[in-house]
Every structure is written in structure tokens, then in C-alpha cells.
Design a binder for this molecule. Structure first.
Ligand code: GLA
Length: 329
């Protein structure tokens, strides 16, 4: 479909921040026209995660990651690297030695080797999510229990940043990235973590995933959290933005969004971008977790059987009213 008539989102925001999209080896083909017209930054949806890059010990596969790097180069897009150390999409061998849990020393050695190899291979990204989702969602807890955490200790995050600082050579900023970042208790913990890291490790950025639920996350809380994050003295990226039409706490509603759901989603997007514009001094990039509504993880999560239509372009790759609203400023 010809999209040359569309106004360009990334052009409209040129003086504010980069506009990114998560892509994969399929969508760079099926959504190429939208990506190159509307976005100026990309993130690999899966292909730079641990399990994709090093499925077995010492066996690296850079094929898909390289394809995205090549694509970004051809289209003149910036690239975010995502993600080096995470408790999901990491193969089990990483945490094991002869069937037993790996020692702290071994796990740290594997972490260093992985970060070194990946950083030395992919030299294009201008930002790296070094550690993803290490903070506990539960009130009272601080760091999440995970193999990385439980086998190494609280300092696994600091170590990951120190390794990344040692091997990332192109000046790319090193990010901590997390979700539920506007929940007040979690926001306090993320701020604490960033402050602690700043004392000893080369953290340059904070990634706010932005997987919002417009039914449970009041805009006032989003604003308050942004105020707190803006004071940390690091660059902010919104890294995985999407606004589902359905309330993800209510898994009984199915099918297509109603007109009312669409209205709520559009308003939420409008308010979010107004907020992001207010924080342009600290926000460097806003990345959506996908390009258009025909390819989004929210078609199957938290349940299948409903179309969350969480992005700014519809299933036919046409602009949605939410997009029109965020272009009006
Ligand atoms: C997390 C990860 C992303 C992606 C999304 C859901 O937020 O950081 O890489 O897996 O979940 O698709």
C-alpha cells in the first residue's frame, strides 16, 4: 500500500526525540515502508537476546542480528541494542554446570564473555539495554529473585555494567531497562538502583518500557514517575511503548475493541506524548514495541482471542486517530 502521503512521525518529532520501533526479520520486509517513513530508530524484538545469540555455550549465531544491523544501515536508522542480561529468554545452560547450579565465579565469567563477544560484534548500537527487569514488583522487595541474582548476588547488575563499560567501545550509552515503571513503589526502587549504580558503574541511561495499561495506570502517576526519573541525571528512553485497547486485568473481554476502548486509548496516547514532549530535555528516544497492529505481542498476551490494537498504525498499516492526535501540537 502506498504510504507516501502520510505525514512522518519521526519528522514531526525531529526537534524532540528519536521515534523508534521494535522490528524483526519479518517486519523489516512486511512493514518496510512504514519503518523507513515513520521511524528513525529500531530495536531488535528478539534477535539480540541471549537465547538468540548464544543458544549453546560458545556457539554464537549473529545471523538475524546482523540482518537488522544491515537493514538499519541501508535505511539510515539508529539501532538500540536489546538486551544483554535478563532472566527471560536466556538458555538454561548459562546457569548450570554438570547439572548443578553454576558458581558465582562461573556465572560472572559467562556474563563477561557474553557481553564482550556481543559488544565486540555489534558495534553499531547507540544504546544498549545492559540489564533488563532486575527490580522486584512486590512491595517490600528490592531486587527480583532470578538465577542471575540468586547465583551471583545483588552486585550482578553492577558487574554487568562494568563489563559493558569495558567492552562497548563506540560510546553507546548503557541502559538499565524495566517495566511497571510508573507504579510508585517500583519507581522508587528503580530510582534507588540507578542512583546506586551511578556511584560505581558506567550507567548512562534509563529505559522505561512503557507497556501501559490505561485502565490501571493513571496519567498522574505516569507524570509523577517521570518527574522522579528526570532528576536522576541519566538519559531517558521510552523503550517498548504500547497502549492496549483492552484492560489486561480483565481477561474475559474478547474480540475487537469497542469505540469507547478506542477513545480511552487515543486519549492516553495524546497525554503520554504531551508528557514526553515536556521532558524533551531528558528523553532522547521513544520506541514503540512494534510497527503496526497486525504484528504485536499483545494479540496473544495476556490472552489470545482479542485484538488489542496497541500501536499507532492499524492492521492495514494506515494511521490511526491516536497518531493524528500526537501529531497535533
Ligand atoms: C519485555 C522485554 C521485551 C519483550 C516484551 C514483550 O518487556 O524487555 O524484550 O519481550 O517484554 O514482548
Amino acid at each position: 500500500m502506498d504510504q507516501s502521503h502520510l505525514p512522518s512521525l519521526c519528522e514531526a518529532y525531529r526537534d524532540y526525540f528519536y521515534i523508534g520501533a521494535a522490528v524483526n526479520e519479518k517486519t523489516i520486509r512486511t512493514h518496510d515502508e512504514l519503518i523507513r517513513g515513520q521511524f528513525n530508530s529500531i530495536t531488535a524484538e528478539n534477535s539480540m537476546k541471549f537465547e538468540s545469540l548464544q543458544p549453546a555455550e560458545g556457539v554464537y549465531d549473529f545471523t538475524l542480528g546482523d540482518e537488522l544491523i544491515r537493514y538499519a544501515g541501508e535505511r539510515g536508522l539508529r539501532m538500540r541494542g536489546h538486551t544483554m542480561v535478563w532472566h527471560n529468554q536466556t538458555p538454561d545452560w548459562v546457569y548450570k554446570k554438570d547439572g548443578a547450579p553454576a558458581s558465582r565465579a562461573l556465572l560472572l565469567a559467562r556474563m563477561e564473555e557474553h557481553i564482550k563477544t556481543v559488544a565486540e560484534h555489534f558495534t553499531n548500537p547507540y544504546a544498549w539495554d545492559v540489564v533488563n527487569e532486575a527490580v522486584d514488583d512486590r512491595e517490600g522487595g528490592y531486587l527480583r529473585s532470578s538465577e542471575w541474582h540468586d547465583l551471583i548476588g545483588d552486585d550482578f547488575i553492577e558487574k554487568a555494567f562494568l563489563f559493558a563499560g569495558k567492552y562497548v567501545k563506540n560510546g553507546a550509552k548503557l541502559f538499565y531497562n524495566d517495566y511497571n515503571e510508573s507504579v510508585p513503589d517500583k519507581c522508587r526502587k528503580i530510582c534507588r538502583l540507578v542512583r546506586e549504580l551511578k556511584e560505581t558503574a558506567p550507567i548512562g541511561g534509563l529505559g522505561l518500557q512503557g507497556h501501559y495499561n490505561p485502565y490501571t495506570m493513571p496519567m498522574d502517576e505516569v507524570k509523577r514517575s517521570m518527574e522522579a526519573y528526570a532528576e536522576l541525571g541519566v538519559t531517558i528512553h521510552i523503550t517498548e511503548l504500547d497502549v492496549p485497547a483492552f484492560d489486561r486485568e480483565n481477561n474475559t473481554l474478547m474480540g475487537e475493541p469497542t469505540a469507547e476502548m478506542r477513545r480511552i486509548q487515543e486519549e492516553y496516547y495524546e497525554q503520554l506524548f504531551a508528557l514526553y514532549r515536556d521532558y524533551r530535555e531528558v528523553i532522547e528516544c521513544v520506541t514503540l514495541w512494534g510497527v503496526a497492529d497486525d504484528a504485536t505481542w499483545l494479540s496473544t498476551w495476556p490472552v489470545s482471542g482479542r485484538e488489542n490494537e496497541p500501536l499507532l498504525f492499524d492492521r492495514a498499516h494506515q494511521p490511526k486517530p491516536a497518531l493524528e492526535r500526537i501529531l497535533r501540537f
